[in-house]
Write a protein that binds this ligand. Structure first.
Ligand code: PLP
Length: 349
């Protein structure tokens, strides 16, 4: 579902907004420890960042329980998504991915002339893994699974994904699992597909510091993959050169600040409860979300809806999902959610 020009324009920086609930940003971050580390790192900004990159890579490898030769650091997980799309579709082929899905990897793959084989989410908004399995053929270079999914905020059972990976992953067909929002799930590590990489499966997992860690503008994320895949990446791109020392040092400090991460997850869950209660009171039916955003159907055409919300200082997004209009709202601070709910009342009820 490619976004429209007018839709994209609404996600740009908008200082006039009173509530910025349009890009699934964390309203609390970065963590206090990360802020200090970033300031300190700036002092040595005249030196290249290789040592810092090595240290963060080691820290992430330990955290994920894999050797360091499994970790690709990146300026945000977008970079992992795009690099994998470029690498996999240099010589054509098809990509099996859900509809609706997060578009970054799909957009790059299609620009590389890949065919996107769309498989509609199920009625409960999970990935239709049976349908995806059927869509895979000899030209399928990659299957993209975003769990929890964006823009729907919904979950696909991790045991079902593991079964799918065991059946579908081969040397020629990579399973890419985008786990940008995984940390918002209880006991999230047990739901990560890094376990499949440990079994030697051809899986790439993308993770980010943009969401729970609140570092979206600082651009830092990583991919976990088999060493053979990482070797291919490093044969095309020069490792570490797109990374920034401040972000590397900030990420290390943030990993250590588990109190901040807990606060972030709890604040998001509280905002979800507040938003669901407010929406239901007004008669809306939000789709149960496992992330830092949620969608719900609206009875207004997307562009007109966004114009009305933005003119009142509330930034959200609109999506056309199978011909119906939906609002996607990111979770913010309690007062932002209050403003969102009262503005929605003025605009739609
Ligand atoms: N994957 C998903 C599902 C996302 O929603 C986003 C950003 O919103 C990203 C990846 C990219 O995030 P970043 O490049 O900031 O890590």
């Amino acid at each position: 579902m490619p976004s429209l020009e007018w839709e994209r324009a609404h996600t740009m920086a908008r200082p006039e907004l009173k509530a910025r609930l349009l890009a699934n940003e964390n309203p609390w971050g970065p963590s206090p420890d990360a802020r200090l580390a970033i300031m300190e790192a700036a002092v040595s900004g005249n030196r290249y960042q290789h040592e810092a990159a090595g240290n963060l890579r080691k820290m992430i490898a330990d955290f994920e329980g894999v050797p360091e030769d499994h970790i690709l650091l990146a300026p945000g997980s977008s970079d992992v998504l795009e690099k994998m799309a470029i690498m996999h579709f240099m010589n054509g082929g098809n990509l099996v991915a859900a509809d609706p899905a997060y578009m970054s990897l799909i957009k790059t793959a299609v620009a590389m002339k890949a065919e996107w084989k769309k498989v509609r989410l199920t009625d409960s908004w999970a990935h239709d893994l049976e349908g995806m399995k059927k869509a895979v053929d000899k030209d399928t270079k990659m299957v993209y699974i975003c769990n929890p999914n964006n823009p729907t905020g919904t979950l696909t059972d991790s045991d079902d994904i593991r079964k799918f990976i065991r059946e579908v992953a081969t040397d020629d067909t990579t399973i890419f699992v985008d786990e940008a929002y995984l940390e918002f799930l209880p006991d999230y590590k047990s739901k990560s597909m890094v376990s499949m990489i440990k079994e030697g499966k051809n899986v790439v997992v993308a993770r980010t510091f943009s969401k729970v860690h609140g570092m979206a503008g600082l651009r830092i994320g990583y991919g976990v993959m088999l060493p053979s895949m990482l070797k291919k990446v490093n044969s095309i791109w020069r490792g570490n050169m797109s990374l920034c020392k401040t972000s590397l040092m900030g990420a290390m400090a943030s990993m250590g600040d588990t109190e901040f991460q807990k606060m972030s997850v709890k604040g998001t869950a509280d905002a979800r409860a507040q938003t669901v209660a407010g929406l239901r009171k007004m008669g809306f039916s939000p789709v149960p979300s496992h992330t830092s955003f949620m969608i719900f159907p609206i009875e207004m055409e997307g562009k007109a809806f966004l114009n009305a919300m933005f003119s009142k200082g509330v930034g959200v997004r609109a999506f056309d999902i199978f011909g119906d209009d939906y609002c996607r709202v990111s979770m913010g601070k309690p007062e932002e959610m209050d403003l969102f709910l009262s503005t929605l009342q003025e605009v739609l009820v």
